[in-house]
Design a protein around this ligand. Structure first.
Ligand code: AMP
Length: 483
């Protein structure tokens, strides 16, 4: 059974410094990763004697005050921001997850989603482990704690990796050692950075930049990185090897910051290239090209550049202004409130729209609510035509790997073809980007990407879903072979 609890779409960080408290650098790094999760924020540190933690619901800026940061002793630690999942605001799933056990303490931050968490939880439950949440992170923490009882850290992580199946980028603090692990398919991102006085592991390189550090490289799929507790270096262990990766393309399209480098690609450049490809595949001549702020901006830049190079007489203009203070906490219990939210969030600039034909560019359509309302908004502001261009293929299937997308019923492209969607959102024309354009822009073969949400074929073995490769889940009941 696929784990039905909250999907962990999150940001993780881990730091080891020479002779300085890790709490503030962790706090700044979490700020840089805030876009990856706004529901809760937490830090766990270790000072060589004991573990300290502070985990709160809410944004990073609200979750910690000076006293909280001062109380987080030690020059090593990890942090986490958690994404809000529809309908569940549950502090039991806030992270990092901490456990104390016979041979020490453990803090764990997880980004991703296991597809066999329920099986592992049941097996651990049968051995006497009691769980306080329905999240899969606690499952990993308990399994790792169990393996640490009779093995060193590297061996324990290896054994846990043999047992869990799905996507995970983890940062872990075990006593005063910080490690990072990326799942064998490299589905979720994780990178290594060098700081003036230490090392950092983070979901995105933008967090390293914030600390005046330098990106060293991505953590390899299936690799464990162990930071030296004094911040002087790190060791790596290739614990699991697969012949294919399953990098999530949606990180590049929507989720990650444009100023981050993921798997050696600057996200902004990728989005610009995708915008150029969008023009090449489905360019339409209009007076103005306009992004949906902020998600469509890099795509619209590339699209406008390519169209101008092709000789189109088109203006790139901002026609929608965003109120940046409308956060995700805006309560939207009714359709009226949802529509009000779009009006509060985005307001057209009449003079760039009135009497003109418009190409409106966004990264993706999920439910279709945003596109529908923006097309209406632009028409009300006097646009003569509104053509919609989308920098991703139709999102037609759910994500089981950690991106909180929507259920199949809610996905407009799961149930309708492009013609129907064009009518539903009220656009004069609508075109999506092809899957091949995504693979080209990322310089990867389709086989090395996770394209589950657009193809309905997943790189993992998920009940009732098709898979695009030969996978079998590890059996959680089989005694583990000694290595
Ligand atoms: P929708 O209104 O449901 O069609 O959502 C599309 C809009 O939401 C686009 O502007 C996207 O940038 C944004 N979006 C895409 N994926 C997600 C996601 N997983 N979580 C939140 N917003 C998203």
């Amino acid at each position: 059974m696929i784990h039905s609890g909250p999907r962990e779409k999150c940001g993780v960080v881990g730091i080891a410094l020479d002779d300085r408290a890790a709490s503030r650098p962790l706090y700044y790094a979490l700020y840089a990763l805030q876009h990856r999760g706004q529901e809760s924020a937490g830090i766990v540190t270790h000072d060589g004697f004991q573990q300290y933690d502070h985990v709160e619901m809410g944004l990073v800026g609200d979750a910690f005050d000076e006293a909280d940061l001062d109380g987080l002793n030690g020059s090593v630690g990890i942090g986490h921001v958690r994404y809000p999942t529809a309908g569940s605001v549950d502090s039991s799933c806030a992270q990092p997850f901490s456990v104390s056990f016979k041979s020490g303490s453990l803090g764990l931050s997880h980004n991703g989603n296991l597809v066999n968490a329920d099986e592992v939880r049941d097996a651990l439950g049968a051995q006497g482990h009691a769980f306080t949440s329905d999240g899969d992170t606690e499952v990993i923490a308990h399994d790792l704690a169990r393996n640490l009882l009779d093995g060193d850290l590297v061996r324990a992580v290896r054994r846990t990796m043999d047992r869990i199946h799905g996507s995970y980028a983890l940062t872990i603090v075990h006593d005063d050692t910080v490690v990072g692990v990326r799942d064998p398919e490299g589905n979720r991102p994780l990178c290594i950075g060098k700081l003036p006085d230490g090392y950092v592991l983070a979901s995105e390189s933008a967090a390293i930049d914030t600390l005046d550090g330098e990106l060293v490289r991505d953590v390899r799929p299936g690799e464990l990185v162990v930071l030296d507790p004094d911040g002087s270096g790190y060791e790596t262990y290739q614990l699991v090897e697969r012949d294919r990766t399953a990098h999530c393309f949606f990180e590049h399209v929507y989720f990650a910051r444009p100023d981050s480098v993921i798997d050696e690609k600057l996200v902004y450049e990728t989005r610009r290239d995708l915008g150029r490809a969008l023009w090449e595949e489905s360019g339409v001549d209009t007076d103005v090209v306009m992004p949906v702020p902020d998600s469509g901006r890099a795509f619209a830049t590339g699209y406008a550049e390519a169209s101008q190079e092709a000789g189109a007489d088109v203006e790139f203009a901002e026609g929608l202004m965003k109120n940046r203070y409308v956060g995700r906490t805006f309560i939207m219990p009714t359709q009226d409130a949802r529509e009000r939210a779009v009006r509060l969030k985005l307001n057209p600039i009449r003079s760039t729209v009135e009497g003109r034909t418009v190409t409106l560019i966004d990264d993706s359509i999920v439910r279709g609510t945003t596109s529908n309302q923006l097309v209406d908004l632009l028409r009300d502001a006097g646009a003569e035509e509104v053509h919609l261009r989308i920098g991703a293929p139709p999102i037609a299937a759910p994500c089981y790997m950690g991106i909180d997308m929507a259920t199949r019923d809610e996905l407009i492209a799961a149930n309708q073809d492009v013609e129907d969607i064009t009518d539903a959102v009220g656009a004069d024309s609508l075109a999506y980007l092809s899957v091949d354009a995504i693979a080209d822009a990322l310089d990867e073969s389709r086989a090395d990407l996770c394209l589950g949400c657009v193809t309905g074929e997943y790189p993992y073995d998920i009940d009732d879903e098709a898979t695009d490769r030969d996978v079998t889940r590890p059996s959680v009941d089989t005694p583990l072979a000694d290595d």
